[in-house]
Write a protein that binds this ligand. Structure first.
Ligand SMILES: Cc1cc2nc3c(=O)[nH]c(=O)nc-3n(C[C@H](O)[C@H](O)[C@H](O)COP(=O)(O)OP(=O)(O)OC[C@H]3O[C@@H](n4cnc5c(N)ncnc54)[C@H](O)[C@@H]3O)c2cc1C
Length: 403
């Protein structure tokens, strides 16, 4: 059996390993669109602490050929579903019996002048992180475009470099969509304490340079900020444009069923590239562990087993700048009707519990995530806790009190 995998990150690498386990003799080819071997994208921040690249690689590069997994530095540019062939940038043609599309997400681009000046970066790949890190000695002023989770992560990561950092935030608060306005005060206070400038209701209108290198960022209000480095962190979108003419996309989206199968026979997809149909809803990935789990399901089905992806309760532990958070349960539709949001504030923490018809549905614990496991369990058990909220963060109350 010939397995072809496009993309070599959380989804692609996990799928390759799963296939090798299930089919010791199958031929596995992986098209790697980046010049690096498989690395942990979610740990890129470590580069700014001087971590060697190898520490971001859970497997040494020689592991893959040793396992009979043939990784080629090449990008897919098209698929011929009838002939079961993938055309690549190198001019090569790769045949398959089973295909996995694991091309993930790419950073959203800005359509403003000067994006191609030296000194203007995205923050998405290992090479991006290394390029930003390598320029640390010559940078004095940096502008980060975007105040979401990645913009804040980068602002935090470069703190020790002594740069004057300004973040342009499109809306009225930083940390969106994790926190809304009422929860963002903690994050803003942290940024201010660290001396990071934040400009709200501002976007980049142009990157300005002398001959080739960036000198300044002009914001939409007309304000001009000195800048030797700018980082564009305005979100990501599924990287599926090379599928445009294949008939695999519906309204530009790559949709799979619970088996991670696309509309085409023997073609699967997993990770940030795909949306999983769940009844009326299309569920995106956007998390490392989810991409890995989906890939294992896809790989099992590619090997002839019957596996189904089960959407677990979302459980995301991360930070907004230096404020750690736990995000548990569905978070996008928390403001929809039928939900009541209970907010708890202390000097160092903001916690929001979202209830639907008396049942705990989702939660954000920002600044103090001590009770994340208790809350996760209650959400998983669909516990009715509305009458007991006064003791929910009380460390002396035993967990069975809430059940
Ligand atoms: C800076 C950063 C920090 C993050 N931090 C966290 C975190 O803390 N926790 C968390 O859960 N998630 C985090 N994420 C998100 C997480 O990394 C992604 O959800 C995960 O990487 C998705 O995996 P994937 O395999 O679907 O795609 P990706 O990781 O996007 O990889 C897709 C790969 O496919 C390649 N590719 C694309 N097109 C082609 C083609 N045509 N041919 C060949 N190859 C191609 C790409 O170059 C890329 O290497 C972070 C993301 C970023 C960018």
């Amino acid at each position: 059996m010939k397995y072809l995998i496009i993309g070599f990150s959380a989804a692609g690498a996990n799928a390759a390993e799963t296939i090798r386990r299930l089919d010791p003799d199958g031929e596995i080819i992986v098209l790697n669109g980046e010049s690096r071997s498989f690395y942990l994208r979610l740990d890129l921040e470590g580069i700014f602490q001087g971590k060697p690249v190898e520490q971001l690689m859970p497997r040494p590069p020689e592991y893959w050929p040793e396992k009979g997994i043939n990784v080629r530095l090449d990008r897919a540019v098209g698929i011929d579903l009838k002939k079961r062939q993938v055309a690549a940038q190198s001019g090569g043609i790769y045949g398959y019996d089973r295909l996995l599309i694991a091309t993930g997400a790419r950073p959203r681009k800005l359509d403003v002048p000067g994006c191609d000046l030296a000194g203007v970066f995205h923050y998405h790949t290992l090479d991006d992180a290394l390029a930003i890190y390598d320029s640390r000695a010559r940078v004095r002023h940096a502008v980060i475009v975007g105040g979401g989770i990645l913009g804040l992560e980068l602002a935090h990561a470069v703190l020790t470099f002594g740069w004057k950092v300004t973040i342009l935030v499109r809306g009225s608060h930083a940390g969106s969509p994790i926190v809304d306005l009422s929860g963002s005060e903690l994050v803003l206070a942290s940024l201010q304490r660290a001396g990071v400038g934040v400009l709200f209701h501002e976007q980049a209108a142009a990157f300005e340079g002398d001959s080739r290198h960036l000198c300044a960022v002009r914001a939409t209000s007309g304000k001009t900020l000195d800048a030797d480095l700018a980082a564009i962190c305005v979100g990501v979108e599924p990287d599926v444009s090379f599928l445009q003419d294949t008939g695999l996309l519906t309204d530009g989206k790559l949709i799979v069923d619970g088996k991670m199968q696309t509309a085409a026979a023997d073609v699967f997809a997993a990770g940030d590239a795909a949306l999983v149909r769940r009844g009326e809803k299309l569920v995106g990935c956007n998390m490392w562990n989810v991409a890995s789990a989906q890939a294992r399901v896809a790989a099992s089905n590619m090997c002839g087993m019957k596996a189904e992806w089960r959407e677990d309760v979302l459980y995301n532990l991360d930070s907004l700048f230096d404020q750690e958070f736990a995000l548990i349960g569905p978070w996008d539709d928390r403001r929809l009707s039928g939900r009541a949001i209970h907010e708890f504030r202390t000097e160092n923490a903001y916690r929001a519990l979202v209830m639907r018809d008396g049942v705990l549905e989702s939660a954000l614990l920002l600044g103090d995530r001590t009770h994340d496991r208790r809350i996760r369990k209650l959400i998983t058990q669909k516990a009715r806790v509305e009458e007991k909220l006064d003791r929910i963060f009380d460390p002396d109350t035993p967990p069975d009190y809430f059940i």
